[in-house]
Design a protein around this ligand. Structure first.
Ligand code: NAD
Length: 452
């Protein structure tokens, strides 16, 4: 068991809030710092500004136990902390490069306050070489040689607490082995490999991991297009591929493509880094191009079913970039909304948690209280986010509300055969135009029937 200690976390967004709250849950005393006063006021009351399953309960538990606090004043958190985690945003600059302004501002804020032996732990996703850069800023600010440990975060929104508390691996990169070992002690709760590398390797591991996952999705989207051209069912192809442990079946879901706060900016940033180093990132660029086309493919499927789109009404089921989160950063829904609005389509939408955020981003959309209202008068529905509750819908009631019973399933999520038997025109990604049953797992069937 690691000795309990004082931790400061700079940035109380999706990553910082989960990091701080989970360390408090593990018994440490954690002060979370954010420059957003309203966010801090809400968090201090136990009122979460983001949706992340299970997080509100843990935040309240931490507040009640006196182990978790929120402040806008770094001076109230940093001087007494042995570890200062950086979890501020690193968005894309216009050239694709990661914008380090927020990070460097936070580093300058903490520099004069750091305790002598404090370690700065870098959770934000940052370009190769940033740990060294930050060590330089710290040294020029206070003359000391504070260590930076790159500790990329791999949590997924929607399952962030589970991912943080049960990581697949912990990566710690530093120019000083002893600093990485001290941070490793914080993770002794985790039953997984702890990899100690140099800082730049740790930074690269994060970009390579996210880019690989994005590539898997773009790859299967390309395969889905080829399957469609040959009248094949991509689900059966994925089933046949996924049993190979070298391939695996995760992240092989065709549809509207990847989005969110990480993949788009991280693929862009890696492309930028490669080009700056005179390396041609051919695969990464193709991964990006395939993804950019996916929402347009959904629009083409609408056109094939409805004809001219101008003047039609389309209902969107789901808006967040994936289920389990209200995050709309680079969500495919926003691109879809943009393209459909250009074509003068009236849009109605429902999402279980993302509508408050969506209102300001897409004022042209009519937001509805439930999926049935979103279907009212619609010529077609597009399933955008695979929220599990959409599997429970009374599709006959949905159909009765629609002007034309057309569904474009942007995540290959719904039961196309059942929908077609109800009279829907069902279109998905990489499926034959006449839906067939999903893949049959013969091993599962055999088990069900008591066969060997
Ligand atoms: P976010 O935008 O949700 O949160 C960042 C927070 O930092 C904001 O609340 C902002 O007000 C605060 N902030 C900005 N400047 C500050 C300063 N000087 N002092 C204190 N607070 C400051 O971002 P996020 O999604 O939590 O991502 C943070 C980092 O983690 C990014 O680099 C991201 O790439 C990486 N990451 C994110 C995820 C994810 O799923 N969201 C997963 C892994 C890694």
């Amino acid at each position: 068991m690691a000795p309990l200690t004082h931790i400061a976390v700079m940035g109380s967004g999706y990553v910082g809030l989960v990091t701080g709250t989970c360390f408090a849950r593990l018994g440490h005393t954690v002060a979370c710092v954010d420059i957003d006063g309203e966010k801090v006021r809400r968090l201090t009351r136990g009122d979460l500004p983001i949706y992340e399953p299970g997080l509100e309960l843990l935040v309240r538990e931490g507040l009640d136990a006196g182990r978790l606090s929120f402040t806008t004043e770094a001076a109230e958190a940093v001087p007494q902390s042995e570890f200062v985690f950086m979890a501020v945003q690193t968005p894309s600059a216009s050239n694709g490069e990661a914008d380090l302004d927020a990070l460097l501002a936070a580093v300058r804020t903490i520099t004069p306050m750091l305790a002598d032996d404090a370690i700065m732990v870098q959770k934000s996703t940052v370009p190769i070489g940033t740990a060294g850069l930050v060590e330089g800023v710290l040294a020029s600010g206070n003359g000391s040689s504070h260590r930076v440990v790159a500790n990329p975060e791999f949590l997924r929104e929607g399952t962030a607490i589970r991912d943080f508390l049960n990581p697949d691996r912990v990566v710690l990169g530093s120019s000083t082995h002893a600093a990485a070992v001290r941070v490793a002690q914080l993770y002794d709760f985790a039953d997984c490999p702890v990899l100690i590398t140099d800082a730049s390797t740790a930074e690269m591991i994060k970009y390579a991991s996210n880019s690989f996952l994005a590539a898997k999705i773009s790859f299967i989207n390309e395969i889905a297009g080829i399957c469609e051209a040959f009248g094949l069912d991509v689900r059966r192809v994925v089933d046949g591929m996924g049993h190979d442990p070298r391939i695996g079946s995760q992240f092989l879901g065709p549809g509207l493509g990847w989005g969110g706060s990480c993949f788009p900016k991280d693929v862009k940033a890696l492309i930028h880094m490669a080009k700056a180093a005179d390396v041609s990132p051919r695969i990464l660029q193709a991964v990006q191009r395939v993804n950019a086309d996916q929402p347009r493919l959904a629009v083409r499927k609408l056109q094939e079913s409805l004809g001219e789109l101008e003047g039609t009404v389309v209902g969107l089921l789901g808006l967040s970039f994936k289920p389990g989160t209200d995050d709309l950063r680079h969500a495919p829904s926003l691109q879809l909304i943009e393209v459909l609005t250009e074509q003068r389509v009236s849009l109605r939408a429902y999402d279980p948690v993302a509508m408050d955020r969506a209102r300001s981003l897409a004022p042209e959309v009519t937001f509805c209280d439930d999926p049935y209202t979103a279907a009212e008068g619609a010529d077609a529905l597009v399933l955008v986010t695979e929220w599990p509750q959409f599997l429970e819908l009374d599709m006959l009631a949905i159909k009765q509300r629609m002007r034309r019973p057309v569904i474009v399933d942007g995540r290959n999520f719904l039961d196309g055969v059942a929908l077609q038997s109800l009279g829907f025109t069902y279109r998905a990604f990489g499926l034959p135009s006449t839906p067939v049953e999903g893949p049959t797992d013969l091993a599962a069937l055999a088990a069900l029937e008591g066969m060997d």
